[in-house]
Ligand binder design. Sequence first.
Ligand SMILES: C[S@@+](CC[C@H](N)C(=O)[O-])C[C@H]1O[C@@H](n2cnc3c(N)ncnc32)[C@H](O)[C@@H]1O
Length: 159
Amino acid sequence: MTVSTPMHQLITSVNHWWHSIPVAPGVITPGHKTPEILAKELQNVPLHLVQGKTVLDIGAWDGFFSFAAEAAGASRVVSLDHYVWGKDFGTGDEGRASPYWEAEWPGKIGYNVARALRGSRIESVTADFMAMDPASIGTFDVVFFFGVLYHMRHPLLSL
Ligand SMILES: C[S@@+](CC[C@H](N)C(=O)[O-])C[C@H]1O[C@@H](n2cnc3c(N)ncnc32)[C@H](O)[C@@H]1O
């Protein structure tokens, strides 16, 4: 028998998860990036260095690394994304009826659901960082830029 709790209904209302995010004890979102892949990637992130620091996570998608920074004690975490948050991955009626659905940013529903289920306080900015005025977002102690550089038409300019 499959048990369908409100939490599981929320998770399945998201058609496409990029990240496998722990949202409750024993509950992990079914991400394209598996827990094993993410654990391996995290080995290259010195998370202890973000304790007490402000963190900007550029290209956050579902927010796995933003949540990891928050859990590691960052004083403030801002997740920034644009392209995938604007994509509609085909979430069905249930997803569209969800309070976490943003009509203009349908691809952000996973981030919103994970944030709510984790009781997280991380903030988000929806913007193309290549087109925005950097001064508008302020400065951060640490900037995550994971899996973004190789998407850039002008990689050096993006740095
Ligand atoms: C391959 S995903 C990496 C997601 C996550 N950082 C990770 O490592 O699993 C690249 C992300 O960068 C975002 N991105 C690409 N160009 C961007 C831009 N100009 N401004 C903001 N986000 C951008 C995409 O929307 C996408 O979420």
